[in-house]
Design a protein around this ligand. Structure first.
Ligand SMILES: Nc1ncnc2c1ncn2[C@@H]1O[C@H](COP(=O)(O)OP(=O)(O)OP(=O)(O)O)[C@@H](O)[C@H]1O
Ligand SMILES: [Mg+2]
Length: 499
């Protein structure tokens, strides 16, 4: 124990081996970790980033090369240090970094050996390597000096370049552990991982890619941007752009995307995005044009619902508000500060309303076109001068159940009779007269998939009864309870066409 004037203390430095293994669990996946590396390349001024995935079973590798400004040897050593900068430090407004960790934590989350080779103008190539196994074995933060011989082929390009950086991941256990180079399935899974990286990067860096400020090459092919807002389509609506915050540093652009009927199928499928139409609705938070959150209602109290799926709202925030927005190391989370919540709620509400209008429009047309006679589940009847309620035997789902000659048929018939005879009509009548506003619509306030599940069964039974697809769809649109939800009916039909 050491004594100073004012207090006693022990030095309790982290255990290097345990610490470096724990640093692997920051929650990155492959696409988010590669995005973190590309952030660094962008800030280093790179115009090109070349990604190479090399399949070799358990010896597969990944490398990133950029033509950014590179680093000299001292800068490289500092860059490899964990916590190379204090997160509280003010950063250049263009800097995509914050914590001084990304390069290391992103890499360790995927591999056990990270080597960085770099060259800044007029300097020699500098190379350093973190090998997790070495740190664990020695218990020391030994940053290895590498001659480049072992991994020459990865670094030799730098010799011809004025400046640039190569990041090499070897022993990428999180991706290829237990795989065999000659196993077709393992290889296919590896290729699928590459696809998920493509989709993610096309989305996260789309604003850099769109304006030609950056080219990303994945195994020699350039990556096309994915624009969540379909800005180049006439039918996309941009509602009012707004600057929030007195300093006007936060700019919000709410978009309502076109209805499926206004764009071709290919564009519709493209616009669905990596997670699909429903999941991609909401706010898109950009920090210096780099996408942090792709489709979220940001905990403002809104749910993702099918009929709001055309609402996508762009927010631009500066890096000087990282703390207020609770930006995390992975750059995958952002939470709006309290003073912005009301404005964001107001904008979200307005955009959702507009989006629902566009979405419902076609639903209404279809419902009107086929509203000949509605099919109800319940019928009111009179028996010996008294009212009772019975299930409509002509309703396709009920008909199919009753026509089914299986052994449970008598039980089902008995159950239906029991339900009909015991409908609690006095209680319903009383509740209705006391609280007329509290009566819930069929399937109201339930997740839309519950309704869609029922719709699927009814649709199947309509087809089984010999109706054509068109007739079955027309009938479904006017059937209780589906006619309450014309927009869901339309999207259900559309999904049937896509299959
Ligand atoms: N490709 C690169 N080219 C030039 N310099 C780089 C490159 N990658 C990293 N650096 C340097 O290394 C430093 C550390 O990078 P690292 O990603 O670990 O932290 P950061 O970017 O500062 O913050 P964050 O943890 O938020 O990413 C960077 O600040 C930068 O100076
Ligand atoms: Mg970084």
């Amino acid at each position: 124990m050491t004594k100073t004037d004012s207090y006693d203390f022990d030095i309790a430095a982290p255990d290097a081996g345990a610490m470096i293994e724990s640093l692997r669990a920051f929650g990155y996946d492959l696409p988010t970790s590669i995005s973190d590396l590309i952030d660094n390349s962008i800030y280093a001024g790179a115009k090109n980033v070349w990604l190479k995935f090399y399949w070799n079973g358990e010896n597969s590798t990944f490398s990133l090369k950029d033509d950014g400004c590179g680093m000299n040897e001292d800068e490289l050593i500092n860059a490899m240090r964990l916590g190379s900068r204090n997160p509280l430090e003010e950063r250049d407004p263009e800097d995509l970094g914050r914590f001084g960790l990304g390069l290391k934590t992103a890499s360790f989350s995927q591999c056990r050996r990270l080597t960085v080779a770099t060259k800044s103008a007029g300097q020699n190539i500098a190379i350093r390597c973190w090998d997790i196994d070495q740190v664990v074995k020695t218990g020391e933060w030994r940053l290895l000096k590498i001659t480049g011989k072992n991994a020459d082929s990865y670094f030799s390009d730098l010799e011809k370049m004025e400046n640039g950086t190569v990041v090499l991941w070897e022993n990428i256990d999180r991706i290829v552990s237990g795989t065999r180079v000659d196993n077709g399935k393992d290889h296919r899974l590896f290729l699928e991982r590459i696809d998920s990286v493509k989709y993610h990067l096309a989305m996260v860096f789309h604003r850099f890619l769109e304006r030609g400020r950056l080219k990303i090459w994945i195994n020699e092919r350039t990556l096309e941007p994915w624009d969540p807002f379909l800005k180049n389509k006439k039918a996309t609506q941009l509602l009012n752009e707004e600057s929030l915050d007195i300093t006007k540093k936060i700019v919000v652009n709410p978009y309502v995307l076109p209805h499926h009927s206004k764009i071709d199928d290919e564009t519709h499928n493209y616009a669905a995005g990596p997670k699909g139409w429903n999941a991609q609705q909401g706010f898109y938070v950009y920090r210096k044009e780099r996408l942090i959150v792709a489709g979220s209602w940001l905990g403002l109290g809104f749910k993702k619902e099918e009929h709001y799926k055309l609402a996508r709202i762009q927010i631009d925030i500066p890096n000087s508000m990282d703390i207020q927005w609770e930006i995390d190391v992975r750059k995958s989370i952002a939470r709006p500060p309290a003073f912005l919540r009301d404005d964001l709620k107001r904008i979200a509400r307005l955009t959702r309303e507009k989006a629902a209008e566009i979405y419902r429009h076609r639903g209404k047309i279809i419902a009107r076109a086929s509203a000949s006679n509605f099919v109800f589940v319940w019928e009111k009847k009179v028996r010996h001068g008294k009212i009772f309620y019975s299930l409509n035997r002509q309703h396709p789902l009920i008909k199919e159940v009753l026509d089914n000659p299986d052994e449970y048929n008598p039980t089902i018939r008995a159950l239906i009779r029991l339900i009909e005879e015991t409908v609690p009509s006095p209680m319903i009548a009383m509740d209705n007269s006391e609280n007329p506003d509290k009566q819930i619509k069929p399937f109201e306030k339930l997740p839309s998939n519950e309704l869609v599940d029922v719709m699927t069964e009814v649709y199947k039974s309509l087809l089984a009864s010999g109706l054509t697809v068109q007739d079955a769809q027309n009938r479904l649109a006017v059937m209780e309870p589906f006619y309450h939800y014309p927009e869901l009916v339309v999207s259900f039909f559309e999904s049937k066409q896509e299959i």
